[in-house]
Each structure stands twice: as C-alpha cells, then as structure tokens.
Design a protein around this ligand. Structure first.
Ligand SMILES: [Zn+2]
Ligand SMILES: [Zn+2]
Length: 298
C-alpha cells in the first residue's frame, strides 16, 4: 500500500507537469485580461477580482498539500479492493477522458441540485462579474469531497493516476471559457463547453438556471435535457445576491444558512430536506415563505 502510494505521487507529479504548463499559460492570460480591463476601465471595482485571487491562493496551497494527498490516498485505497485494471494505452486515455467528462457532468449537476453540495459550488457562482479570474473562484472545501465522484472510475478499473489527470484536464480546460471577450462560436457552441455556453451556466436569468453542466463536451447536456443556448443577455451571479467580497463569507455563508435552517427544523425529515433537498427546498407549510438560501431558485 505505502509503496503504491509513493509510486502514485511520483507518477502524478510527472504527468501533472504537462497540465501545470497549461495552467501557467492560463494564469498569465488571467493576469493579462485583468490588467487590460483595469487599463481600459472596464473593471471599475476590484473587490471581486481581489476575492477571486485570494480564494485561488488558498486553494493553490491546499491542493499542493492536503487535497492532493486526500485524492491519492482515498482513491489508491479504493483501488486496493479492485482485482482488475484497464491497461495504460492511448485508447484507455481516450476512454478515461470521456469517463471523466461524464463524471464531471453528474458531479456538477449534483452540486447544483443537492443543497449541501451547492453550499460549496455556490462559491463559483456567487460573483456578479464574469471574467477569466472567475475560473479561480472555487470553494476551499471542493476537493475534500470531489474525490468521491471519481470512485466509480476506479471501480470500473481505470488507473488512479490516469483518473486524476483526466479529471484535472476537464477542470483546467474550463479556465479560458470564463470570458465575455469571445462571442458565439457557431457549431462549436453545440458540441463543446465554450465561452457562450458557460456564460449561460453562470446566468441567474430564469431560462438559464441549472443549464449547461458539461465540462468539455456538451453531449451530456443534450442527452439529459440540460442544454441551453445563449439567447438573452446574461445576468451573472445567484438570484439572491451575496453582496460581499469577503472570501470567508463567500466560502461559508451557505453552510451557515443550512445550519440555521436545520436548527429551526421541526423534525428530522425537514432537517434532511434542508441538507439534501434542492436548494430552496422548504417544508410543505412554509413553501410560500421567502427562502433564506443563496440558491438560484428554479
Ligand atoms: Zn456550476
Ligand atoms: Zn464557471
């Protein structure tokens, strides 16, 4: 087990080298866009951008230490119960990317449709602004739970390193699409996650709520009925604005609201509803009352 872990850390760090180069190029793009927006006075307020960069800094530290270890240890432990393995070949890499993209779609959809998961994913959606730095705005607790969604790939027989790298590719790909500077891309907007497709995902307009969950490919959204093209101007953020740029509040406010709802629950069923129900779920008699959740009420 320990030899296995050591080997995993080595394999992962060499493969991540390639992804790291892509991430560095994307980071330079983010810095360039930020500088350009400030120079051309397109970004009058800096608070949201500072919040995005601060959140990213903490994430970078956590991912390189605690979270990287959690992913490797938990998935390697899972793998030790599996007696067969898909070999590492070009076709298994293609399959792993496809499986990771499918996994990402469902993980992302659950993060929108189950309130306790929305409590961390809301971090990514809570900014009323949309630019490349929004891609850095990911919850500090994301990686504590996201490894769980990769367990099915390990059970199918995919290699742990291959699974993590394929998943990270799907995540890193999405950096460049957080921009208003690229318009529609015709047929590409139907098959790939593009700036236009992802603007819709960040919209709080009624017709845009809970749409376009795909990571790289849009086939899953077409297949499961969640695809929406960009038609009207996007209003970014959540339907109940957060109205703060404090990274701590951004990361934990929805958890606090869940705790308050659970404390006010009359029974265990209601408490479970507040935790595992859709964002905005209310006990029957309160359904008409105004929700406290920061969710995108659909
Ligand atoms: Zn989302
Ligand atoms: Zn996004």
């Amino acid at each position: 087990m320990f030899e296995n872990l050591e080997q995993r850390f080595d394999e992962l760090s060499s493969l991540l080298g390639v992804l790291e180069y892509i991430a560095i190029i994307f980071f330079l793009l983010i810095v360039l866009e930020t500088a350009w927006d400030i120079y051309t006075k397109r970004r009058a307020k800096y608070k949201e951008t500072i919040a995005n960069f601060s959140i990213a800094l903490v994430n970078a530290l956590l991912e390189r230490t605690l979270y990287g270890a959690i992913f490797i240890i938990c998935l390697t432990l899972t793998e030790s119960f599996i007696s067969y393995k898909i070999p590492l070949t070009w076709w298994s890499w293609a399959l792993a990317l496809l499986a990771a993209d499918f996994t990402y779609y469902w993980m992302h959809r659950f993060e929108h449709e189950i309130r306790i998961l929305w409590a961390n994913h809301i971090v990514h959606h809570s900014s009323p602004e949309y630019n490349l730095s929004t891609s850095l705005r990911l919850a500090w607790v994301d990686s504590l739970i996201e490894w769980i969604f990769l367990v099915p790939m390990i059970v199918i027989g995919f290699d742990v390193t291959q699974t993590i790298v394929a998943f990270l590719f799907i995540v890193v790909y999405q950096t460049w699409i957080h921009t208003e500077k690229i318009g529609k891309l015709k047929f590409l907007d139907h098959i790939l996650n593009t700036p236009s497709v992802h603007r819709v995902h960040h919209g709080s307009n009624r017709k845009y709520l809970d749409k376009n969950y795909g990571g790289v490919l849009m086939i899953w959204d077409h297949l499961f009925g969640t695809y929406q093209a960009e038609e009207e101007k996007v209003k970014y953020g959540v339907t109940v604005p957060l109205e703060t740029s404090n990274p701590l509040t951004i990361n934990f406010k929805e958890y606090w609201l869940i705790a308050k709802d659970v404390r006010s629950s009359k029974n265990i069923t209601d408490a479970c509803g507040f935790i595992f129900g859709r964002p905005g779920w209310k006990p029957k008699e309160n359904k008409r009352s105004k929700g406290k959740s920061l969710e995108k009420v659909s």
